[in-house]
Design a protein around this ligand. Sequence first.
Ligand SMILES: Cc1cc2nc3c(=O)[nH]c(=O)nc-3n(C[C@H](O)[C@H](O)[C@H](O)COP(=O)(O)O)c2cc1C
Length: 285
Amino acid sequence: MPSDVSKPSEPKPEDAKPAEAAPVATTTETAPATAEATPAEATSVEATAVEATAVEATPAQPVAEAPAPVAAPVAAAVPEPEPAPIPPRQGSPLNDAALDQLFRSARTQYGWTGAAVSDDDLRSIFDLMKWGPTSANSSPARFLFIRTQSAKDRLRPALSSGNLQKTMLAPVTVIVAYDPKFYDYLPRLFPHTDAKPWFTSNPELAQETAFRNGTLQGAYFLMAARALGFGVGPMSGFDNAKVDAEFLSDRGWKSNFLVNIGHGDQNEEKPRGPRFWFDETCLIL
Ligand SMILES: Cc1cc2nc3c(=O)[nH]c(=O)nc-3n(C[C@H](O)[C@H](O)[C@H](O)COP(=O)(O)O)c2cc1C
């Protein structure tokens, strides 16, 4: 029986945000009314981009002449050579063992065996995650891997009490963040059209795009880690403002959620919660 289930006096860990965290989470997670109107706009600009790509007879758009991104950490990185294109093929269902590992048997992890997670493991997870789709290939997520004791100690004051122990014991804790100025990299990431002004001219669309796609990439990260055999424990119970101030302010990035990664201790798993069944939450129109 998991310790936090058997001890009702312990603080409830689930999404237990410190009071100061609430305004930040509310700001980022609740789409303002004005932003509600933007998805159609985003869709239409993406559609325009696709059309532009298809119509352009001169694909030699001067990618190299695009203004260099301003922010240093990602822009300064030397781009890796892309792997050779994979020939098109029909998809086929993953086998049951793979589906179990990703979804059906996979459980959120609250405790850890002693097995380590290497830097190469983290790179492998990233190198799967990065292929997940994002709007305009914007790839706004940023990842900080907290593994040293000194880095964990810097994280500690931001954690809710229910998330403290498991995070301190996890081999690695990831701060899944996003770059509100992701658009500076669009000349590199989406070179076939000039997409940056879509966002520089519309701050609400920029924020919505950064948060939506950064969250998607965080989810891809969870599934990539599971695909490679790791256990994950995502957490929103922490003070975003404190994490931003301690780790992210110099780059202007914003925290979204945290993920503990390791090899999960099954004895610490909580009872499986039920899920909706299809007809409760789905419509086929
Ligand atoms: C974005 C997100 C935030 C979460 N925040 C917390 C948290 O702060 N503390 C915690 O103990 N569990 C947290 N969880 C874990 C969920 O309660 C758990 O994933 C869910 O109950 C499903 O559990 P299962 O994967 O074992 O079925 C979070 C999960 C997600 C995806």
